[in-house]
Structure formats: structure tokens, C-alpha cells
Design a protein around this ligand. Structure first.
Ligand code: PGA
Ligand code: ZN
Length: 426
């Protein structure tokens, strides 16, 4: 069945993301009207199994230009999709995948395929006069817990903190807008506290908007965050999370991790987290081990009963990698980043597979974002229950939070805040 809303134009352009690095923006025209536009995000702390991001090389933008990906949209992809019904998302994505015909989208570039895939979804929703989340799932109603990365480390910062993200989750808020208010208030307590203790340079922000104090010790950073939370008076409503991005802390030659400047074996890493979880109310840990250690991820799930263990570089939003994880009980949640896989349909299949098997789904930004708020609609469409989209500052982060406020208002009494059920929202 087709609704006969034909794609009459597809074109892309090179724009820049929040780091000033080029990325792809794609437009989709339906019945000769521009109906959908989407920007492609980009990671810095990437997993090696992610879909391929096509960059031009050469002198322009230090090699990071995306003119080749743009040209692929404007020629190969556009030629194939003109005249198609814009609501046929799955068939369109299938055809983009077939056009590329590689296992990691290296021919056309995942940045080319994803730009079109997302712009098609948005164009279809706009053509039907529906908000994107409702077009993708008419029953969707869950507002996610914002996983607020208030202290940045690792590859997303200029300090020597080993973990990339120190996150607080306002699970005890009664709705999304209250959750956002709590976190913004906590952040405004944390910033002067950090400046007072570590000097004014410490409150420059990292790639995801968190402060970057010159701290090495994980507990010291956590204590700083906990103190800001305690001063806010919201402590009973808050739990904590990390993204360790441990692939980047791992040396395959020695098979050891460098945490806080010390070398640790896998068993010592697991012990480190057991101790930490005994001391702090930690609800979620992302990538505690390197990206190919399925066995270690299974061990850590057993060792940290009740804690969400999220696979980002481990699963890269890829169904095959998730299937292996499900078989081995590696992790119990998937980080969900559309550009890791390159089409919306494939990403949604990965989320469905995760939910069917009792895994959580944490929708995530990339460190390189634009002002496009798309993932706010996507997390609601999935009833995902949790979103990682940085601190409540910098417009490329606040665009997502502000879009969630709009969605909460639109849903009215139908909106349900995921709260403490963020792993299995109902
Ligand atoms: P990235 O960082 O977007 O640079 O990969 C975020 C993350 O690892 O979750
Ligand atoms: Zn991560």
C-alpha cells in the first residue's frame, strides 16, 4: 500500500558540527515541497566496529570535508529514490543499504546514508502533519530520564580523568521538565564549586558541556558531583552513571587498562567497579571494558547485580554484535546511536531486538552534534526511557532537551516519565 506522497528531490550539503568539523545535512522534497531536513552527528571516541564515516582527505578542513558523501547523496542515492513513496521507510533504507553493498557502508559512507534515511523519516512525518515521534509510533508516550554528563573526561576533555562521562540521573523527578530543572540547578551549583576548588580554567566546558576539573581520581570527581547534588537538596532523587569508554584505556599488547594512572587487569577492573558500586548509588556503567571483550562484559553483569551495563563500542548499534552479546549475556543494555549503523531502520531493529530480550536501550548523542534535535523524537518513538545528550548547556545539547519539553507538553496527560523504570519503561 502506498500513500502516494512521492519523493521529488533529495539533496545534501556540507555543514559544520559543534566542533567546527564538517558533516552532512540532507534535504528531502515531497511533491515538490521541502519536507524533511536532517543533520548527521559524528563521534570522536568511536568504536572500531562502527559504520564508515566517509571523509574527503586532502587539505580542505584538514581532510575532514564531506563533499564525497554529499555527492553520493546528490547523485547515486537521489537517482535511486526519486519517485518513491516517502512513507516507505523500511524499503527505502533497504535500497540504500543495497546501493552501498558493503558490510560497513564504506562505499557511499554511513554519513551519506544516514542523512537521507533520517531526512526521509522527517519528511514523511511532516507530509502527514505528524510529529516525528508519533509518525514512528503512534502509541509512544515515555519521556526519558536525562543522563546528564556534568563532568567530562577522557577524549572529550582537556583533563586527565580516565572516564569520559560522569553522569547524574534524576530518576526521582515526577516528570521530564522537573528532571531538567533539577539538573540545570545542580549544574549551576557545581560550576562555582568547581571553580573555587580547582581554579577558573576548570569550568571551561568539554565537548558535551560538562566541566573539566584537573582531577585524576575517579572518586574525587564523583565526590565533587555528589556534593553539588547534596547542596541542591535533591540527593534522594539522583543516581549516578559513567561512560568509561574503556576501549581507549586498554592496551592490547599488555592486555591491561590504565585507570587513574595505574595499570589494571580485567579482574582488577571488575573489582574496581564492585568497590565503587558499594560506595555510591551507581545505576549505570557504559563500556567498563574494551570493545571486543564479550566474556568480560558477561562477568561484569554477574559481578554488579542490579547495575545497568551498557554496550556502546561493544555493540555499535549493530544487530549482529548485539545478537552475540545476547547469547553470552554480555551487558544488559545497548547504547543507541543512529550513525553507528547508518540507517534508521537498522537502528530501530537493534532497539527492538534489545527490548525483546530484556535489554535496556539508551538513546545517545555523539560528541559532535548539531542543533538538530532528532534524537529527542527518536527516544520518545522508541519509548526508550533514557537519553544521553550532555550537560544542560551548549545549544547542540539543549536543542534535544528543549525538544523533549515540547513533546512532553504535546503529550499532556498521556506523557509518562520513565523515572526509576528507565531500563524497562512502562
Ligand atoms: P562519541 O562519545 O560520540 O565521541 O563516541 C560519546 C560516547 O562514547 O558515548
Ligand atoms: Zn560511550
Amino acid at each position: 500500500m502506498t500513500l502516494n506522497h512521492k519523493i521529488t528531490g533529495i539533496n545534501a550539503r556540507e555543514i559544520i558540527d559543534c566542533r567546527g568539523t564538517p558533516t552532512v545535512q540532507a534535504d528531502v522534497w515531497v511533491d515538490n515541497v521541502l519536507r524533511g531536513r536532517a543533520d548527521v552527528p559524528s563521534g570522536r571516541s568511536t568504536g572500531s566496529h562502527e559504520a564508515y564515516e566517509l571523509r574527503d582527505g586532502g587539505p580542505r578542513y584538514a581532510g575532514f570535508g564531506v563533499r564525497k558523501a554529499v555527492a553520493n547523496v546528490n547523485t547515486i542515492i537521489a537517482d535511486a529514490l526519486l519517485g518513491r513513496d516517502v512513507t516507505e521507510q523500511r524499503a527505502i533504507d533497504r535500497d540504500i543499504i543495497a546501493l552501498d553493498d558493503t558490510s560497513n557502508k564504506s562505499r557511499l559512507g554511513a554519513n551519506a546514508s544516514l542523512g537521507v534515511s533520517l531526512a526521509v523519516a522527517r519528511a514523511a512525518a511532516n507530509t502527514l502533519n505528524l510529529p516525528l515521534y508519533r509518525y514512528l509510533d503512534s502509541a509512544s508516550h515515555i519521556l526519558p530520564v536525562p543522563m546528564m554528563n556534568l563532568i567530562n573526561g577522557g577524549k572529550l576533555s582537556s583533563n586527565d580523568l580516565c572516564f569520559q562521562e560522569f553522569i547524574m540521573m534524576p530518576v526521582g523527578a515526577t516528570n521530564f521538565s522537573e528532571a531538567l530543572r533539577m539538573t540545570a540547578e545542580i549544574n549551576s551549583i557545581l560550576r562555582p564549586m568547581t571553580a573555587e576548588r580547582y581554579g577558573k580554567l576548570a569550568i571551561n566546558v568539554g565537548d558535551e558541556g560538562g566541566v573539566v576539573p584537573p582531577i585524576v581520581d575517579v572518586r574525587e570527581a564523583l565526590d565533587l558531583l555528589c556534593e553539588a547534588v547534596s547542596r541542591s537538596g535533591y540527593a534522594e532523587h539522583i543516581v549516578y552513571a559513567f561512560d568509561c569508554a574503556a576501549t581507549h584505556l586498554y592496551d592490547p599488547k599488555t592486555r591491561k587498562y590504565t585507570f587513574e594512572g595505574k595499570e589494571l587487569t580485567r579482574d582488577e577492573v571488575i573489582r574496581f567497579f564492585q568497590d565503587l558500586c558499594a560506595e555510591y548509588p551507581i545505576a549505570s556503567i557504559e563500556d567498563p571494558l574494551e570493545e571486543d571483550d564479550y566474556e568480560g562484559f558477561a562477568e561484569i553483569v554477574k559481578a554488579l547485580d542490579g547495575v545497568q551495563i551498557v554496550g556502546d563500542d561493544l555493540f555499535v548499534t549493530n544487530k549482529e554484535r548485539l545478537a552475540k552479546g545476547l547469547e553470552m549475556n554480555s551487558a544488559n543494555a545497548v547504547l543507541w546511536k543512529v550513525n553507528q549503523i547508518g540507517t534508521l531502520t537498522e537502528a530501530m531493529e537493534t532497539a527492538a531486538m534489545a527490548f525483546r530480550n530484556g535489554y535496556g536501550v539508551c538513546v545517545s548523542e555523539r560528541s559532535g552534534e548539531t542543533e538538530d534535535p532528532m534524537i529527542a523524537d527518536l527516544v520518545v518513538a522508541l519509548d526508550g526511557g533514557q537519553i544521553k545528550t550532555g550537560a544542560p548547556v551548549r545549544s547542540e545539547r539543549t536543542a534535544k532537551y528543549n525538544r523533549l519539553l515540547q513533546i512532553e507538553e504535546e503529550l499532556g496527560s498521556a506523557a509518562t516519565y520513565a523515572g526509576r523504570s528507565f531500563r524497562r519503561p512502562v
